[in-house]
Design a protein. Structure first.
Ligand code: SAH
Length: 509
């Protein structure tokens, strides 16, 4: 067993502490006026990264772009995206030398308990003998899957029920890192129409890497067990703000014409959603102009800024109208919301794999999805985009491609998308990570690991590390991991009769 100690570098989380986006409310009132108002000698401008230059050139042609487009290019774009171009540039995102640390990298216990959770689900669902698939989206270094597989190996009947392990990963370099960990450095990867294949060091199970979940075949005879840890927060968001139109100006979009309910129109007859868009900061912009907080003012002025689109974009017409949760906010002046269409796509996909859909019903819903991430329990995220670099919070609009971008996860939107997509699923949670891990026996597992270390000065140091790391995962302080991180489960529909373990239920063998 690997030493827990190696995992416990005391460094900053992807989340870091929560505080309002410095580029939020202030810029929300700025309106982008176009390049005509800001004569920029664009050719001469020095950009911090090749991606910054590419973005600026694209915006020069198309006009300001949605925040989601900016985020997508920064994270997974072909030219120097944070995940897709990082290692090639000699950087590692994770750990002390990287930009942030995640729970599986803090303690092996995290992945072990998630493995146990899936074993408990497998037992509760009648211990299927075959057709089980393990799917992880956004596996990072592969540590979580490694810890899960090492745990599941101890439950031989479940281990032998697994057909295939799927890893959904956009980054070529991270796919290789995952293969090295799960299959060994010398294992080869072969390519097929679906993705890239290799064989796990655990029971010789086949592992398939794909770059999107859509590439994984949907088969209603399978039992998919899906895990997503700190994946949804990396999916691109659109941001919108409500603006009050002058009394004489009537909203003219389809949204205001006929889609709003009568109560919506009564509450806000003259309000309209506008999209926040990204454009280069005009030359001469200062930190004061952008409202940068004092702590970030020694950084160069960000090359890009977020402004409110002066007109109604295509996304502003339909995304904020796509759910009653957003429409209910129309009575709140200047309300801000973030909408993540990709997150709904993933949630719908998970749900239909588990429960089938109304057009393609699954004879017997089976499987489960466990989503662990940060975000509010029951409100819609707003102003939550953050940039992290080398364990420090930085502007999300500086050095594109070198800064990790993430946003709070809207768990309510995930539940909504999953239950609309499949009549065969139900959701449990979100519950706080501390509650989940404690119910899964984090303390008992830590004590067991410590006992195995025996006695001696070396062992004492390792025991202290074990204790520090598990306590960090369940810290309920205001920005502690136990409180900020939440866990949501999607399960086969059973009219709420069986609660899963970790969500108030027991293991039912
Ligand atoms: N789950 C890991 C890594 C979290 S970082 C951990 O907790 O340590 C986010 C992961 O998602 C990375 O592996 C990144 O490359 C991957 N990723 C981000 N956006 C993606 C996308 N659109 N499609 C597939 N993978 C993506």
């Amino acid at each position: 067993m690997r030493s827990n100690v190696l995992r416990t570098a005391q460094c900053g989380l992807r989340y870091l502490s929560r505080r309002p986006l410095s580029h939020g409310p202030k810029v929300a009132h700025q309106i982008y006026r176009g390049f005509a108002a800001t004569p920029v000698t664009r050719e001469e401008r020095q950009w911090s990264t090749p991606l910054a230059k590419q973005l600026a050139e694209a915006i020069n042609i198309t006009g300001p772009i949605p925040l989601a487009s900016y985020m997508r290019m920064c994270l997974t774009g072909d030219i120097g995206g944070y995940y897709t171009g990082a290692i090639e540039a000699g950087r590692d995102q994770f750990g002390r030398k990287g930009d942030f640390i995640t729970s599986p990298e803090i303690s092996q216990i995290f992945g072990e308990l998630i493995g146990v959770w899936f074993v408990a689900e497998w037992m509760s669902q009648g211990r299927p003998k075959q057709g089980v698939e393990l799917i992880e989206v956004g596996p990072g270094r592969g540590t979580l899957m490694d810890d899960m597989l090492r745990t599941i190996r101890n439950f031989k009947d479940m281990a032998s029920s697994i057909d295939t392990i799927y890893m959904v990963e956009a980054s070529v370099e991270l796919r290789t890192a995952q293969k090295n960990l799960l299959c060994g450095k010398d294992a080869v990867m072969t390519e097929s129409e679906i993705g890239w294949h290799s064989t796990s060091k655990y029971n010789g199970l086949p592992i398939v890497w794909t770059d999107s979940i859509k590439a994984i075949p949907q088969d209603s005879s399978k039992t998919p067990f899906i895990v997503a840890h700190e994946f949804f927060d990396a999916l691109p968001i659109h941001a919108f703000q409500l603006v009050d139109l002058p009394p004489t100006q009537k909203p003219t979009t389809p949204e205001s014409n006929n889609k709003t309910s009568s109560s919506d129109s009564a509450a806000a007859p003259n309000r309209q959603w506008r999209e926040m868009v990204v454009s280069p900061t005009p030359k001469g912009t200062t930190h004061a102009d952008l409202g940068t907080p004092q702590a970030e003012r020694h950084d160069p002025v960000p090359e890009f800024q977020l402004t409110l689109s002066p007109s109604v974009t295509r996304h502003a017409q339909y995304l904020p109208e796509s759910s009653p949760r957003y429409r209910a906010l129309k009575s709140i002046p200047s309300a801000l919301i973030e909408v993540c269409p990709d997150s709904s796509i993933y949630a719908s996909d998970f749900a239909t794999r588990i429960g089938g859909s109304s057009t393609s019903p699954k004879p017997r819903p089976s499987g489960a999805a466990l989503i662990l991430d940060y975000g509010p329990t029951d409100t819609i995220p707003a102003n939550s985009l953050r940039g992290i670099r080398q364990h420090r919070r930085v502007s999300p609009f500086a050095a594109p491609g070198l800064v990790d971008l993430s946003a709070d996860v809207d768990f309510g939107a995930i539940v909504e998308a999953a239950t609309i997509a499949s009549p065969g699923v139900e959701c449990h949670g979100p519950v706080e990570q501390a509650y989940f891990l404690e119910a899964m026996g984090v303390q008992q597992r830590a004590e067991m690991l410590s006992r195995k270390l025996g006695a001696g000065p070396n062992a004492d140091e390792k025991k202290k590390e074990i204790e520090r790391s598990w306590k960090r995962l369940v810290d309920r302080g205001p920005s502690g991991m136990g409180k900020i991180y939440k866990v949501l489960a999607i399960l086969p529909e059973n009219e709420g009769r069986r609660r899963p373990v970790g969500f108030g239920g027991d293991v039912s063998p």
